[in-house]
Structure formats: C-alpha cells, structure tokens
Design a protein around this ligand. Structure first.
Ligand code: SF4
Length: 396
C-alpha cells in the first residue's frame, strides 16, 4: 500500500526543509556552491561514509584546487590522493571527466542534464546532485539512502533493486521538490537518511516527518525498504610473494605495477597469482607447491628468490570478488640491478600467470621496483597491499 496524498507530500517537504535548516551538518563541500567541490564530494561519498570522506576531500581539493589542476595532473598523483578510499575507477573517471570538462566546456561544469550526464562516471544520482545542489535545478538525486526514506515514509513495498522502482522514486522525489529549493531539499533528504532514518533502528521518535510517515504508522519501518539480495562476491584464492632484497636491494621488497586496464589498473602491488591453476586446486594447495609455483613466476620475471615459508594471511572484498590471500616470504638470491627494474616480462606472461586483470594492453613489460617503507608514500597501492606491507615493515 502506498500513502501519497497531496497533504502528506506537502507536509513531508515542508517539515524536512525546516528540520534541515537547523540540523544540517557543517561539511566542507557545503560551505560553497562550487560545482567542482560538489561533484568531487558526491563521487567520494559513493560507497563511503561521510567521516571517512572529509579528510580525503580536503586533501584532494588542496592538491587539485580546480578542474584544470585535476585534468592536468599525473594519474599517479590522483590515485595516490585516492589511496585508501577504494573503488579506484571513481578516481580515474573523475580525472577523465575533468579533461572532458576542459575540452568541451571551457573548464566549467555544465549546468544541463544532457552535458553533465555525458561526463565519465556521472550517473543519474550524481548528475541530479550536481544540478540541484550547485545550480538549484529541480532534478532528483536518488540513491540508496533516499530510496530508504521514501520507501518508509510512503510505504512503498516494491523491490528497490528493480529499475522500475528507481524510476518511480525519481518521479516521486521530483514531485516533492519545493519551488526554488531543489538543492536544500535534496540535501535534506540525504541528511534524514544519514542521521535519522538510518538502515538499522531508525529514530522515528525524533524524526521531523513522523506524524505522516506511513511506514511508521504501519509498524513497517524495520522491514523497509524491500531489497532483493545482491549476488555474493566470488571467492578467489591468491598466492602472494613478499620478496626481500639482497645485496644492493637489501632492506627493500619487490613490488610490481598492475596492467593499464582491468581491476586496480596501474596500481602497485606485491606479485601474486591465483592458487588454482588446475581444476580442483585452490584453497587447499599445500605451501610447498604454492611456493614452487610463485618461485617459478618470479624466475620468469628475472628475479631469483628462495622461499622462506608462509608469512601471513590477508583478504579483501571487491564488489564482485573476494580475495583470500596467503602471503609467502622469499629471499632474493642474487641481489644485482638498480632500485628501479623494468623486468622484460611480456604482457602475455602476465596473463599466463593467470592474473584476474588479464593481458597488459599498454606496456611491453611489467614494471617491477624494489622499495623501502618510505617509497610507499609515493606509490599508489590498493588497501590490502598497504596492510600487508605495513604489517611486514612493522615486524622488521
Ligand atoms: S518516522 Fe521513522 S521510518 Fe518514517 S521517515 Fe522518520 S525515521 Fe524514517
């Protein structure tokens, strides 16, 4: 059942805006109506909590104060600034879109739906957020938080994972926007979802719209929104080599750069391969054969290393894959060569190692480097390798 009388809609919009005026949080991107700041904050806030985003946002804006600065920065710097936030394609898309804004719009974030939606990485939610918050245009900005609030208030029992339900929510959210108040209203909706109408234990008793909330009146707030379960991430077992340098490389460990495309493109990591080269192998592969396989891969890359045993376990979940990693310590046997080593390992060799990222499309060779703990400050690593390396260096 869905209660959406004109009276309850008017009440909702009015009470929500009134509440927002007094309850809104002082967030760095709310201090200006700079479309670039709003855009960056909205991209960072996808899948990430506000408290986590604040220091990242401040560092990012300090380092790339304008769209032009972002568009012209080396990608490595952008990834380094994003390190730890995860979902790195967001950072790459943001930079690509900044370049589009420079080329197509003279460095100014467009103020119409067609052009904003054409920017890389900008979906319906982000375009709605930019247009409403920065330009006060009556566009809806509907994400999971907003769908939760609307599902509960209007007692909408449709599955929010369905496209049709999203369209229904966008129509409803557009209808609710009070004349001339799009930016504040959309932010108020987001704020209510973040502070009061939270996923678990919504605080109905202090909610500004509780009087007409159909979900609450029906006692249905805890079971709404209806959301079908997403497919769980596929488990993958990976063998990781932490190679300690010898001779000139003493005190350093070996890292490599990922291919130009695919998962975690161009980020740095410890060399690793899937545990399962044959059907039926995988999680249960004994340490001996696992280390032999890693040693062979390292040898193929020109690094002679003797296995020293298992060091630690680690895991990391991406949206579609869950990595279970067993890390093995190796000792380099013949420590020659400079600190920076472009190993003549071909793209096809990387692929033959079975890496999930697939073939290296941009380099003739996979780049390896010997690094110290201090060097980690310059290179962008995915979180799981930061954790492994920090733990390793702290044990030294
Ligand atoms: S009354 Fe409760 S369920 Fe309804 S909008 Fe407010 S917090 Fe959400």
């Amino acid at each position: 059942m869905m209660q959406e009388s004109k009276e309850s809609k008017l009440y909702f919009s009015k009470e929500l805006l009134g509440w927002y005026e007094t309850a809104k949080r002082d967030l760095p991107w709310r201090r200006h109506r700079n479309p670039y700041y709003i855009w960056v904050s909205e991209i960072m806030l996808q899948q990430t909590r506000v408290d986590t985003v604040i220091p990242y946002f401040q560092r990012f804006i300090e380092r790339f104060p304008t769209i032009q600065a972002l568009a012209e920065a080396p990608e490595e710097d952008v990834l380094k600034c994003w390190e730890g936030l995860g979902y790195y394609s967001r950072a790459r898309n943001l930079q690509a879109a900044a370049q589009q804004v420079m080329e197509r719009h003279g460095g100014i974030v467009p103020d119409n739906k067609k052009d904003v939606s054409a920017l890389k990485g900008v979906g319906p939610y982000t375009s709605g957020a930019i247009l409403s918050i920065a330009y006060n245009q009556p566009e809806p900005a509907v994400d999971g938080n907003v769908m939760r609030v609307l599902s509960r208030y209007f007692l909408i029992e449709e599955d929010i994972m369905k496209t049709g339900t999203r369209t229904l929510m966008e129509d409803l959210a557009t209808e609710l926007i009070p004349l001339g108040r799009a930016g504040d209203f959309n932010q108020a909706l987001m704020e209510l979802g973040a502070l009061i109408c939270t996923p678990k234990s919504p605080q109905c008793l202090i909610c500004p719209v509780m009087v007409h909330c159909a979900g609450r009146l029906e006692g249905a707030e805890d079971r709404l929104p209806v959301k079908s379960k997403a497919k769980p991430p596929r488990p993958e077992y990976r063998l990781v080599a932490l190679v300690e340098g010898d001779g000139e490389q003493s005190g350093r460990v070996l890292v490599r750069r990922r291919p130009d495309s695919g998962l975690l493109a161009r980020m740095w990591e410890l060399p690793h391969i899937p545990a399962a080269a044959e059907p039926g192998e995988g999680a249960g592969l004994p340490d001996g054969p696992a280390m032999d396989r890693l040693a062979a891969v390292l040898g193929g890359a020109g690094v002679l290393a003797a296995p020293q045993g298992a060091l630690m376990e680690a895991e990391h979940t991406f949206s579609h894959i869950h990595w279970n990693m067993r890390v093995f310590r190796f000792q380099q046997v013949d420590g020659r060569g400079g600190e920076r080593t472009a190993v003549a390992e071909s793209a096809s060799a990387y692929e033959a190692n079975g890496d999930v990222a697939g073939p290296n499309t941009g380099h003739d060779s996979v780049e390896y480097r010997w690094i110290t703990k201090e060097d980690m400050g310059e290179l962008a690593f995915p979180n799981v390798f930061i954790r492994i390396l920090n733990q390793y260096f702290s044990m030294k």
